[in-house]
Design a binder for this molecule. Structure first.
Ligand code: TYD
Ligand code: MG
Length: 453
């Protein structure tokens, strides 16, 4: 019998870029030692997938393209809906990524049990047995009657079941354990994950089913990380844990149907994940006694404000070059703020270790916390306590100017809601009309802000 020649290719396990021969460095994503040899299967059978979205179409004028308004429907959780930009869009593909134990299976089981009240739902688990899932659902007291379950890891059999059951939502938990017969490679590898995800995406686009895939992120990235997948999906949601593991933060990093960076907050309890409607309150649990270096700022997370405590500790450096450490903050921004304090605030911190921490494990992604960071550092350096009812926000510029940030008035109102009575903000953000119960000081430079405290 003639020997069948096995075709192989070289694929980066981080980003999925392909190469004709092995190399140590992936020029696409700049990773080292991630390129692995994979066996390539036969070409996908014809008819299965023609275009990426599963259809072939002639060239058409944009104005002639028929479209229907998207009719979103609820995921079964208000927070999840908000993160998605207002619920599920039919035919969309959503990837939920996160570390193992982040709560991906839990949140999906909870929301699907509730969504099933009004929608047909199929939950495919390739990782846990149905008994395990049923046990958990019962313990969490979820409505069990209408969710359809399938324990399966073969892509073809999942698609078969989905075609015959005609659900409106399909959950694949997780994409890394799915195996397609088209590819001759182990599950979890780049080629398997990519092929399986492409088959599911094609199914969603042609059938109008909402498809949710769970994707693990591992520290060593030995599994295909969501980078390979994020190009394919419409929406990518990351679920992460706060440092104390009590809360779970949900954030979109890509969304073709809504804004990104919307933050959803859940508390992990013995009864599963509970929605946190007022996250400011939890990140703001301060001790009774005010301490130097502590200050409250207000961030803007997607469509709503979030109050956070910024802490700083400035101590004289014992040995070597002074340390600058930020937890929850960009290291470079701290260095910049320190330089501005030095040049425009007249404080020399060159021989000081500076630590800045955002309480509650929140990661600050915007510039509006700059001024609070600066004042917290100065407060710790001078060992003076700042008032407990003071709110500070604003961007610090290189020439010491304080720049306005978006949604200033809403940020101030969030402060009023939580009992803050004074604020130091950029002049551009100071309201034209006085806010009752709040004394707002508008500043244009760092030295003005320093004078105000
Ligand atoms: P899980 O949803 O299995 O995580 P993932 O699918 O992302 O890997 O969540 C597991 C974690 O959640 C585990 O560390 C225990 C915790 N947990 C609770 O604290 N309470 C609960 O009611 C449940 C179901 C899980
Ligand atoms: Mg899981």
């Amino acid at each position: 019998m003639a020997k069948v020649k096995v075709k192989t290719g070289f694929v980066c396990s981080d980003c999925g870029a392909t190469y004709p021969k092995w190399q140590g460095h992936c020029s696409a994503c700049d990773a080292w030692s991630t390129i692995k040899e994979v066996r390539l299967g036969p070409e996908p059978r014809s008819g299965r997938r023609d275009g990426f979205a599963g259809t072939t179409s002639p060239v058409t004028l944009l104005k002639d393209v028929q479209f229907t308004d998207e009719h979103r429907f609820s995921s079964g959780s208000e927070e999840f809906d908000r993160v998605l930009g207002g619920g599920f869009v039919p035919g969309s593909v959503i990837l939920i990524g996160g570390d193992p134990g982040a709560g991906k299976s839990t949140i999906l089981l909870q929301t699907m049990c509730h969504a099933a009240a009004s929608r047909e739902v199929l939950y495919v688990s390739g990782e846990e047995s149905l008994q395990q899932i049923a046990g958990r659902a019962r313990r969490l007291q979820l409505p069990l009657d209408r969710v359809k379950m399938l324990a399966e890891s073969s892509v073809e059999r999942v698609l078969q079941a989905a075609e015959s059951e005609r659900p409106e939502v399909v959950v694949i938990d997780s994409i890394q354990v799915m195996q397609s017969a088209v590819v001759d490679a182990a599950p979890g590898g780049v080629s398997q994950v990519r092929e399986s995800a492409a088959a599911f995406t094609c199914f969603a686009k042609t059938s109008g089913v909402v498809l949710i895939m769970v994707g693990h992120v591992t520290k060593d990235q030995s599994l295909a990380g969501p980078m390979t997948l994020s190009h394919m999906v419409d929406t990518q949601v990351m679920l992460s844990s706060t440092e104390d593991a009590r809360y779970r933060l949900m954030r979109t990093t890509k969304n073709r149907f809504g804004p990104v960076n919307e933050l959803g907050v859940f508390a992990m309890t013995e009864k599963g994940l509970r929605e946190v409607k007022n996250p400011s309150a939890i990140f703001l649990s301060r001790t009774e006694n005010a301490a130097p270096g502590s200050l409250i700022s207000v961030l803007w997370e997607g469509t709503r404000p979030l109050l956070v405590e910024i802490q700083s500790l400035v101590v004289s450096a014992q040995y070597g070059s002074p340390r600058r450490l930020g937890i929850g903050l960009d290291q470079n921004r701290i260095a910049m703020v320190l330089a501005v304090i030095n040049k425009h605030g007249g404080l020399v911190l060159a021989d000081q270790d500076v630590f800045v921490n955002v309480v509650g494990g929140i990661r600050v992604l915007e510039t509006s916390a700059d001024l609070a960071v600066a004042l917290a550092i100065v407060s710790s350096f001078r060992n003076t306590v700042l008032p407990q009812d003071l709110l500070v926000f604003g961007e610090v510029g290189l020439s010491g100017e304080i720049r306005p940030v978006s949604n200033g008035e809403s940020r101030l109102k969030e402060g009023v809601k939580h009992g803050f009575t004074r604020a130091i903000v950029p002049k551009g953000n100071a309201p034209k009309k006085e806010i009752p119960d709040m004394k707002v000081v508008g500043v244009t430079s760092l030295s003005e802000a320093l004078d105000a405290i």
